[in-house]
Design a protein around this ligand. Structure first.
Ligand SMILES: [Zn+2]
Length: 164
């Protein structure tokens, strides 16, 4: 069996096992808390530090629902990046990456998520949490926004407008 399938099953079992502990700690937020604990163990390298409180709340809320309702795990590949890190990426990768002044990652309002199925779940359900994908070439990239941003083929491109 694929290791990621085993990890996925283990994470769901773990979330259930952690639920009674979470109930003691935070009775009204137990499912939320247990989901974050289990996902934190599944994706140990992820960091939610530096996200704005609203972005973090939206992401945690979305993945709690994904886990308990649909059994879908969502991990964070990259969230907040400081300007120096974004500048380094921009220099390394050129115009596939936005400059620090343009990047929502630097503002703590962008999320690169994984795995692919997790990104698909967020694409279908993210609007309830004000999380939207934006770039055709980055299906893993989501941003917190008040309404759905105009789609762009890639970062730095002009928005795609329908001509009439
Ligand atoms: Zn991104």
């Amino acid at each position: 069996m694929d290791r990621s399938v085993v990890y996925e099953m283990a994470t769901k079992v773990l979330a259930r096992l952690l639920l009674p502990v979470a109930k003691v700690r935070e009775p009204r937020e137990a499912r939320h808390r247990a989901a974050q604990w289990a996902l934190g163990l599944r994706f140990p390298k992820e960091s939610l530090e530096g996200l704005t409180p609203e972005t973090r709340r939206a992401f945690e809320g979305a993945r709690t629902e994904a886990l308990w309702r649909d059994g879908q795990l969502i991990g964070l590949t990259s969230g907040y990046r400081d300007a120096a890190e974004q500048h380094r990426l921009w220099q390394e990768l050129g115009n596939r990456v936005l400059r620090p002044s343009e990047s929502e990652h630097v503002r703590g309002m962008a999320l690169d998520v994984r795995p692919t199925e997790g990104a698909r779940w967020l694409e279908r359900n993210g609007d309830r949490y004000s999380l939207y994908s934006r770039y055709d070439n980055e299906p893993w990239h989501f941003e917190l926004a008040q309404r759905r941003p105009e789609r762009q083929p890639h970062p730095g491109a002009a928005p795609v407008r329908r001509s009439c």
